[in-house]
Structures are given as structure tokens and as C-alpha cells.
Design a protein around this ligand. Structure first.
Ligand code: FCB
Length: 450
């Protein structure tokens, strides 16, 4: 067995993608609510006003997780639900929602993993410049303190940011995500201020939560040149600097990758790099597919090309390359020397409810088998991987794709909100149970502890 008894098997979601109740009980607009109001930005002009209605259905969703045998659950807290103006007065109704969720998870023996920021910045802060305003590092630290003091008695696992490379690049560099800005200076300011916010939040979490286990969640994928040309090879290196290294390098090594140094330098003040590089307890990895990079005319001089014809693709066209996952885990292990938690991996599929009312998502099962096998290979080769969280528990609001892409292991009927575990949920549940049985033949399952 390469998988240790304490290995965590979980699922991940995010607040904006599942909660709904977008304007209930005092929650104010996030940048995504505002961004989606402009027509044409998202498939079918979908909104996340209701999403999976998890705000009201959280207890049933936790029961579902318990029935599947999950050890852990990663969710995010909505900043505009706790602090509608982003700072200042806290919203007690919003705070109480996560009390209920956390208590339900603990009662079900599911370890809560709380992520502070999964892209839903309060619009009130965007109006002040959002991640372009250096003051946001302090606003984020204050928000982290509120969360730490309220939930730190029950939650020990804290992530600062989910995929900072994606929300800065897409939101401030390329204009593909909220707040829809495409500007070179905006991107580089945002990168640095997010890094600063990370370091400030790590300090706050250490100070306010006894026994905190803290990390950040990075999307990391190999960037392969799309052709043999020297231009594509250079573009792949540039994209890798933005995508893979712009956050882990400063956070672990107190420096920016050389490709970014000049562009970020104007925003770095004395002491910043030490403030950013606070020690953390683990490396959170989100991984889906490698990038095939072409030279391009955007601000990185690099664009996302199609994969070579021989590379298998998922139902939504994403390349399926489990070896890239194995190699990424080994690369993280050798560079960062931290325990690794895979906090997102999974695939969308064209899921259909059949005549018997079930969803036979064999494509997803094949993907999950291939990727968890690749992870086991990485562990056997020495990578210190301690948990795997599937993306996602539920079909949810998939950003620019709206509800058109189903990533859940549990199907959500959009009209009725009915949840139906797909065949992949049963497969995942059986796999977790099999690991437990082989870990603990006498059936005395102990909750995972590091
Ligand atoms: C990741 C995001 C997550 C979801 C998956 C499919 O980039 O963190 O919210 O959109 O992709």
C-alpha cells in the first residue's frame, strides 16, 4: 500500500459556485455578481443567485458526504457574506451560516477545510481598486482575523487563496473573469498584493488559531510548447512563470520568477518579500490538464493552444494526461519539500439521467481511476501526498461556463435542486471504504490526524 492510513479522501466546492442566497441575510454583491449582470459574459447568461441552494440545503449536503464516507470537505467562506462592505461591520447572519455548516461537518466526522478566498471579492472593495490597491493586504488580514476568531475553535485547516494565478491572470490580465480587467499594470499589482495578503493572513491565522494547519492552493500544470519552434518554447516558459511560479515562488522562496521580476518590482516595498514568505504547513494543489503553449500577442506573449491530436480529451475537450499529474506531484515534492494535498482534481462530462433515474458517468470514473493511480505512482516514488479532494461534490456554477459543465460526482437537477449521486460517487465511496478496510482490518477507523 502506498496510501497511508491517515490519508484524507475528500471533496471540494466554493461558496459562489454552490451557495446561492446571493442577496439574502445581508450578503452584498461580489465582483462576480456584478460581472455576470453584463449580458453575454457567461453561457446562457446564467447567474449564481440560487446556484445549488446549498445555503438552505447544507445539512442534506453534509449528510450526503457522510453517506459517501468522505473524511474531509473543502469549502470557501464568502467574504461579502461576512463583511458585506469588505471591511468594517460584520454580518452576524452570514457568520452564523458557517457555524451551522461547520458544526454539521464535525457532527458527521468530516474534517472542515476552510478557504478564505475563492474569487468572490466584495464589490465594495473592487470599487476601491480591489487587488490593485495595496491596502487590500490589510483588509484581507482583517477578514482572516474575523474568520480565525469565529471558527478557529473548530476549524484547524485554513487555506488563504484558491488559485491566485487564475483569478489574477483571468480577472486583471486577460479580462476573462470578474472584474473583467485586461491591463498589464493591473495584473502585476494584483499579483503582488495577493501575495502580500497571503503572508499577512498566515500571520493572523498563526496568531489567532491554536494548532492551525495553513497553506495556499495553487493551480499547477506543466506548460508544454505546442510545437518545436523556439518561439513556442519561449512562450511556454513565460506562461509557466505566470501560471505556476508567480505565487509559490514568492511564498516559499521570497522571490519572483525572473520572468516577472521587472514587471512586479515597482510595487514591491521594503520588507514585502519577507512578509510574503511566511512558513506554511502544506502545499495545496489543483490539477486538471497540461497547457500546450503557443507564442501569442497577449501581455504574456503566450496563448493556450490545442493539445496535439494524439492526446486524449475529456467530454469538454480538456486534455487527459495522468502522467502530467504524477510529474507535477513529484516536481512539487522536490521543489517545495512540503506535505501535499490535492485539493481539486476531476472532470466535467455530459451527464445524462437515464430511464432508471441514474447517471452512469463512466468517463468520469475512468478519469478518476487514471488520476488516482498516477497519484499513487507519485507517492510510491517519494512524493509526500496526504490527501485527495475531488472537484466537485456537486454540479455547480462553473464561472464563465455557467451551468453548462457538470463537474460533480453528485448530479444536481437544476429545476428541482434534487441531488442524485452519480455512478462516480458510488465508485469513489467504495474506493474510500476499501482503503479504510485495508488500513484498519478490525474496522476501528480513526479520524485522520497528521
Ligand atoms: C478550478 C476552480 C474551480 C472550478 C474548477 C473546474 O480552476 O478553482 O472553482 O472552476 O477549476
Amino acid at each position: 500500500m502506498t496510501i497511508r492510513p491517515t490519508f484524507l479522501w475528500g471533496a471540494s466546492t466554493s461558496a459562489f459556485q454552490i451557495e446561492g442566497a446571493a442577496h439574502l441575510d445581508g450578503r452584498a454583491d461580489s465582483i462576480w455578481d456584478v460581472y455576470l449582470r453584463a449580458p453575454g459574459r457567461v453561457s446562457h447568461n446564467d447567474t449564481a443567485e440560487t446556484a445549488c441552494d446549498h445555503y438552505h440545503r447544507y445539512a442534506a449536503d453534509v449528510a450526503l458526504m457522510r453517506d459517501l464516507g468522505l473524511n474531509a470537505y473543502r469549502f470557501s467562506v464568502a467574504w461579502p457574506r461576512l463583511l458585506p462592505q469588505g471591511r468594517g461591520a460584520a454580518n452576524e447572519a452570514g457568520l452564523a451560516f458557517y457555524d451551522r455548516l461547520i458544526d454539521a461537518l464535525l457532527a458527521a466526522e468530516i474534517e472542515p477545510w476552510l478557504c478564505l478566498y475563492h474569487w468572490d471579492l466584495p464589490q465594495a472593495l473592487e470599487a476601491l481598486g480591489g487587488w490593485q490597491n495595496r491596502d487590500i493586504a490589510g483588509w484581507f488580514a482583517d477578514y482572516a482575523a474575523l474568520v480565525a476568531r469565529r471558527y478557529g475553535d473548530r476549524v484547524k485547516r485554513f487555506a488563504t487563496f484558491n488559485e491566485p494565478c487564475v483569478f489574477t491572470l483571468f480577472g486583471y490580465g486577460l479580462g476573462w473573469h470578474a472584474p473583467g480587467i485586461a491591463d498589464r499594470a493591473a495584473l502585476h499589482k494584483a499579483i503582488h498584493h495577493v501575495n502580500l495578503g497571503h503572508g499577512r493572513a498566515v500571520d493572523v491565522l498563526r496568531r489567532d488559531v491554536a494548532g492551525a494547519s495553513i497553506g495556499a492552493i495553487h493551480n499547477r500544470q506543466p506548460c508544454y510548447p505546442a510545437s518545436d519552434s523556439a518561439e513556442d518554447a519561449a512562450a511556454a516558459l513565460r506562461l509557466a512563470a505566470y501560471w505556476n511560479d508567480a505565487f509559490p515562488f514568492p511564498q516559499a522562496f521570497a522571490c519572483y520568477p525572473p520572468e516577472l521580476q521587472e514587471a512586479v518590482a515597482p510595487y514591491i516595498a521594503a520588507g514585502d518579500m519577507a512578509q510574503i514568505a511566511r512558513p506554511v504547513d502544506w502545499f495545496g494543489l489543483n490539477h486538471y490538464s497540461p497547457h500546450y503553449v503557443k507564442a501569442g500577442s497577449n501581455l504574456m506573449g503566450a496563448s493556450f493552444g490545442p493539445p496535439p491530436a494524439e492526446v486524449p480529451r475529456s467530454a469538454i475537450g480538456w486534455p487527459v494526461v495522468p502522467e502530467a499529474f504524477r510529474d507535477t506531484l513529484l516536481d512539487i515534492h522536490s521543489r517545495f519539500r512540503l506535505p501535499i494535498y490535492v485539493l481539486e482534481n476531476g472532470t466535467a462530462a455530459n451527464d445524462i439521467v437515464d430511464a432508471s433515474g441514474s447517471i452512469q458517468d463512466d468517463g468520469r470514473i475512468g478519469y478518476l481511476k487514471a488520476y488516482t493511480t498516477a497519484m499513487e505512482q507519485a507517492i510510491a516514488a517519494g512524493a509526500d501526498v496526504r490527501g485527495y479532494f475531488v472537484w466537485s461534490l456537486l454540479d455547480n456554477f462553473e464561472w464563465g461556463a455557467g451551468y453548462s459543465q457538470r463537474f460533480g460526482i453528485v448530479y444536481v437537477d437544476r429545476a428541482t435542486q434534487r441531488r442524485i449521486p452519480k455512478a462516480s460517487a458510488r465508485w469513489y465511496s467504495n474506493m474510500i471504504a476499501a482503503h479504510r478496510a485495508s488500513d484498519d482490518p478490525a474496522g476501528r477507523h480513526n479520524r485522520a490526524e497528521e
